[in-house]
Design a protein around this ligand. Structure first.
Ligand code: F6P
Length: 300
């Protein structure tokens, strides 16, 4: 089902097979999550965040699918220090993933996700997320869905008993309902401009849609077709928290493919130069005018 759909959308066989394989990984993670406890491991990931058992399990599952895939030259994960080599020396893609985004919400049973960006070639240092040839995220909510783009629009799939079933194509992200997802609200204590922007949203009666998980929060924008997600930096953490390669790059690719915009405050996230596998960036995602507004308001 998934393979045929991707093929019809014009992907090459290699990319379609890789996405199908990632879909199998996501399916396995989805099955594990339902029964997983909230155990913390007492270990930290390369970004200094505490790992739960499911972080490691989700990572191990994806690594198993990606490492052995004949088209994968290399892969990187938010849970791994270094870039890793795929098993097949003839691999043509590099794959970067956050296996379990939002895992700090796992104990309270909020929705979590998996985020993946795919590039051609062995490495991405010195390049930008605009070089992605595909990106996807999976959302483990009451249902498991996967949202995929290969550079020609954005498509949602639903995990059913029969496999990944295509849903309606994600419509254009544009100005419509006023939704806002203000991440890192703590920054309002260090930045008056952010405080003012949030107050302005409230005065204009924007509806708050914020779960604390980037995947459900961005999925809300894509599915409703409007809104804005913000995770700005602040003087004590100028680059914010979210990672360019594993989180912001793939999400920006999907939002821009759906007709929306992305920014790090100066330029599209897709134009930010990748200099480190675990580099962080401020991020604004949403409709064109919402991202423009946030960028203008948060210039300093
Ligand atoms: O990077 C993980 C993540 O949970 C994102 O999904 C989310 O947007 C963000 O962190 C929330 O961060 P904070 O811990 O600052 O609320």
């Amino acid at each position: 089902m998934l393979f045929d759909f991707l093929q019809k959308k014009g992907s090459g066989v290699e990319l379609a097979e890789l996405i199908v394989e990632l879909g199998r990984g996501v399916e396995e993670i989805s099955r594990s999550i339902i029964r997983a406890d909230e155990k913390k491991l007492g270990t930290i990931n390369p970004s200094g965040e505490e790992q739960i058992a499911m972080d490691v399990e989700a990572n191990d599952i994806l690594v198993r699918y990606v490492k052995t895939n004949p088209y994968v030259a290399s892969y990187g994960s938010e849970e791994l220090d270094e870039l890793q080599k795929g098993d097949d020396p003839k691999g043509i893609f590099s794959v970067f993933f956050d296996p379990l985004d939002g895992s700090s919400l796992f104990d309270v049973n909020f929705s979590v996700g998996t985020i993946v960006g795919i590039y051609k070639g062995q490495d991405v240092i010195g390049r930008t997320p605009r070089d992605q040839v595909a990106a996807l995220y999976a959302l483990y909510g009451p249902r498991t869905t996967m949202v995929v783009s290969m550079g020609q629009g954005v498509q949602e799939f639903l995990l059913t008993k029969e496999g990944w079933e295509p849903q309606v194509e994600i419509a254009t992200v544009e100005d419509g309902k006023k939704y806002f997802a203000p991440g890192n609200l703590r920054a309002t204590q260090e930045r008056e401009d952010y405080l003012n922007l949030v107050i302005q949203y409230m005065k204009e009666q924007y509806t708050l849609r914020y779960s604390g998980g980037m995947v459900p929060d961005v999925n809300h924008i894509l599915k409703k077709g409007s809104g804005v997600f913000l995770y700005p930096g602040m003087p004590s953490a100028p680059q914010g928290k979210l990672r360019l390669l594993y989180e912001c790059g793939p999400m920006a690719y999907l939002v821009e493919q759906a007709g929306g915009a992305s920014s790090d405050g100066k330029q599209s996230i897709l134009d930010v130069k990748i200099s480190d596998y675990h580099q962080r960036t401020p991020v604004f995602l949403g409709s064109l005018s919402e991202v423009k507004r946030a960028t203008a308001a948060l210039q300093n």
